[in-house]
Design a protein around this ligand. Structure first.
Ligand SMILES: C[S@@+](CC[C@H](N)C(=O)[O-])C[C@H]1O[C@@H](n2cnc3c(N)ncnc32)[C@H](O)[C@@H]1O
Length: 253
């Protein structure tokens, strides 16, 4: 229980966020596990991590539970998700949160460090169109130390396989519809609950003013991500895990 002076049970918000995200991605925890396996494999168990588009700090949470000597900087623009992140990790000097827009050309100047062992991100970069994402990859190339690692776990679509994609999508959505009928909260439902919370109502209104319901972006293929990371200065890049809908792309500097 991480209840604080505000009376907010941050752990409950973490858990309801996880359930909502898992409604979209039943393999989410496996994705995190493989991501941290590869962090350990490439840079070891005490990394300095940048949790990019951290939301409530889901990657940071799994990172610190598994590697207690790791440190993390979480960066995001959403004031409500950052409120949950800051409430959860309050007093933990391994963690720093930074408010920044990843489309701002100078966002890296807000970070407490100029270099990271690992930059990790999940379910976030599809909020950006390909062009700003390529620019962001160039900036990440400058933040990862030589020998360090970048990983992006996200929905990535290979447009060369339309029949497979349609069948996979229909199957996934049928399972989601069944879970919703059994009471699962989707994105809109979850935000409607946050908007009624006395502590989260104001930052939730702010995040809707920033993003609307959800920012528009692209979902390029795993190959596009690997090629763009090589062009951004990484030495090697490829997928290290995939589900029928999602891919984890890893790049080593
Ligand atoms: C679906 S959430 C995923 C959060 C977290 N990584 C997780 O796996 O639970 C997507 C996150 O990307 C963040 N995001 C999207 N565009 C952003 C931008 N331009 N700058 C900073 N954060 C952004 C959103 O605010 C949101 O927290």
């Amino acid at each position: 229980m991480t209840e604080t002076a505000t009376g907010t049970d941050w752990q409950s918000w973490q858990e309801s966020w996880d359930r909502q995200q898992e409604w979209y991605m039943p393999d989410r925890e496996e994705r995190f596990r493989v991501m941290l396996d590869m962090v350990e494999a490439v840079v070891g168990p005490e990394p300095r991590v940048l949790d990019l588009a951290c939301g409530t700090g889901s990657i940071t949470d799994r990172l610190l539970k598994r590697f207690p000597n790791a440190t993390s900087t979480g960066v995001d623009l959403d004031p409500a998700l950052l409120a949950i992140a800051r409430g959860t990790f309050e007093g933990d000097d391994r963690v720093t949160f930074v408010t920044a827009d990843l489309k701002d050309p100078d966002w890296t100047a807000r970070l407490p460090h100029t270099s990271y062992d690992a930059v990790l991100t999940a379910t976030a970069l599809h909020w950006l169109h390909s062009e700003p994402l390529a620019t962001l990859y160039g900036q990440i190339g400058g933040l990862v130390r030589d020998g360090g690692v970048f990983m992006n776990a996200d929905h990535m679509i290979d447009t060369g396989t339309p029949r497979i994609n349609a069948a996979e999508r229909a199957h996934r959505h049928a399972a989601m519809d069944r879970a919703k009928a059994a009471g699962a909260l989707d994105w809109a439902d979850w935000w409607a609950v946050a908007a009624k919370d006395p502590v989260l109502a104001a930052p939730t209104a702010e995040r809707f003013a920033i993003y609307g319901e959800h920012a528009d972006g692209d979902m390029p293929s795993p190959d596009w991500h690997a090629r763009t990371l090589l062009a951004a200065g990484f030495g090697e890049a490829r997928a290290v895990w995939a589900s029928p809908s999602d891919t984890l792309v890893l790049a080593v500097k």
